[in-house]
Design a protein around this ligand. Structure first.
Ligand SMILES: Nc1ncnc2c1ncn2[C@@H]1O[C@H](COP(=O)(O)OP(=O)(O)OP(=O)(O)O)[C@@H](O)[C@H]1O
Ligand SMILES: O=c1ccn([C@@H]2O[C@H](COP(=O)(O)O)[C@@H](O)[C@H]2O)c(=O)[nH]1
Length: 236
């Protein structure tokens, strides 16, 4: 028995690098595709947003002298590259998927609309929502909150390289401890940086819970769907 029928899965662009310093690790991509196919075969409706941090981030571009808006546009295009790579990896494991873009760029992907997204999901295809929100000064975390709310997902699953929300960034502070569950208010009060403020504020306002879990461990995605205690549950 699965806990959720329709999900928004946020994948980290940076995790796609695997052990590399930049770009896409083919093995990591293939592992993600296998995990997604496993739950698609169980009938779960899956919308995906993937980050672009393995290729380009507007904010880090700005520190090197790029115009921020141009840098953000480059970042959004980076998410399209990752989305196309995931689309291809899913197709090669026999999982039907389609890329929708927040910025018009046919024939690379179809222009996003809620109606089209729901049609794709109800047809049993995975919908990959690329180019974030389509606007600069946002992130793909906010893009995934937005799409998750729009498609009326039961939950947002943030698949990343840490196994939940911690008292501090666990990659920097080895004494940090993990929460089993935590409210949006506490995330804000403690100023925890696992997702940006805009993204969590939107989820809180629209009552879309988030589960943060480690997507780099095979089988974890299915475990989350089965309701096993993998990761941290963030709720209103
Ligand atoms: N309190 C915290 N609890 C857990 N992780 C945290 C916390 N604060 C910061 N982080 C960091 O957040 C990261 C997860 O965020 P995310 O998956 O969005 O990665 P990203 O590198 O921003 O990816 P993307 O390329 O999609 O932008 C973790 O790798 C972790 O280092
Ligand atoms: O709605 C959006 C989403 C993303 N961007 C830009 O893309 C990069 C990559 O996204 P990450 O969430 O950091 O992985 C981001 O740094 C922004 O520059 C955007 O402008 N609008």
């Amino acid at each position: 028995m699965l806990k959720f029928k329709r999900i928004l899965l946020k994948l980290s662009g940076e995790s796609l690098m695997g052990e590399q310093q930049y770009g896409i690790d083919q093995q990591r991509l293939a592992d993600y595709a296998e995990q997604i196919k496993e739950i698609a075969d169980l009938g779960v409706q899956i919308g995906i947003v993937i980050g672009g941090g393995n290729i380009f981030r507007g904010l880090s571009g700005a520190t090197k002298g790029f115009d921020r808006v141009k840098g953000d546009q480059m970042g959004m295009l980076a998410t399209v590259i990752n989305s196309l790579a995931l689309n291809s990896a899913l197709q090669s494991v026999g999982c039907k998927s389609r890329v929708l873009t927040a910025i018009r760029m046919e024939p690379i992907g179809e222009f996003y609309s809620k109606d089209r997204a729901i049609e794709v999901l109800e047809r049993g295809e995975v919908a990959i929502f690329s180019a974030g929100t389509g606007n600069p000064y946002f992130t793909t975390d906010t893009g995934s909150s937005l799409r998750g709310i729009e498609i009326e997902a039961d939950v947002m699953l943030k698949g990343t390289r840490v196994d939940g929300v911690y008292t501090a960034d666990p990659e920097k502070d080895l004494t940090a401890t993990r929460f089993e569950k935590i409210t949006f208010d506490e995330v804000h009060q403690r100023d925890l940086k696992v997702m940006d403020l805009t993204a969590t504020a939107m989820c809180k306002e629209n009552n879309l819970p988030i589960i943060v879990f480690n997507m780099d461990i095979k089988g974890n995605l299915k475990k989350v769907l089965e309701g096993q205690s993998v990761g941290t549950y963030v709720y209103r």
